[in-house]
Design a protein. Sequence first.
Length: 253
Amino acid sequence: MRKKIVAGNWKMNLDYNEGVSLFSEIVNMVKDERQGDQLAIICAPFIHLNSLSKLGGSDVAIGAQNIHDKENGAYTGEISAKMVKSIGAEYVILGHSERRQYQAESDELLAAKTKIALSNNLKPIFCIGETLDERNNGSYYEILKKQLVNGIFSLTEEDFRKVVIAYEPVWAIGTGLTASPEQAQDIHAFIRSEIEANYGFNVADDTTILYGGSCNPGNAASLFAQKDIDGGLIGGASLKSRDFTDIIKALNS
Ligand code: PEP
């Protein structure tokens, strides 16, 4: 059975003390709300990962927001998958639209990052999503398929099973505009059907597909009630312990 996940993406926010304090609040609150094999993850800036992985225990897993595509070497200022793994992180966000846009990360680079993450036992949270123009001109199915095929569909089945997919329409990220539950379900079903065509029914049925884009305590329950939506990737609302915990609660409703 696929896992239900709520993952927070803190982006470039919170200094060291602010991060520790928010995370401690989140761990305390999540303990009471998380059910069964539901999983909460916080993807934090690199400076936080070491301390958070010690504080998180079994209640909140830790993820990074990026890694380099090479194992090690002369890449000043970069961080490798092995380094991230060595301090206790289990996940890494790859393919986020902000990195595709501001760091010009291509599908090919993301495919390399995905492979290096997996070979270092880090599980990718692989993001795909269309821009507003692509939604309006009707090319979005084609764009999403291309991101899947070029980014992750060349993985072996064993590796693919470790990937969490996040559908994040670019027009909904940080804008306050959310995809309606029907729009999001339509795309999640499409993603699952593409996985089925590539890896078969069982893999598709087992793959966790998160929705991301202005998800908040007010809209999470109706999104999570859709049959192909297995939780959320949460930006802004993950910076408030109450909101993040209420979104986890919405997994249960
Ligand atoms: C994100 O950046 O992954 C995201 C979903 O952001 P927000 O929730 O703020 O739209």
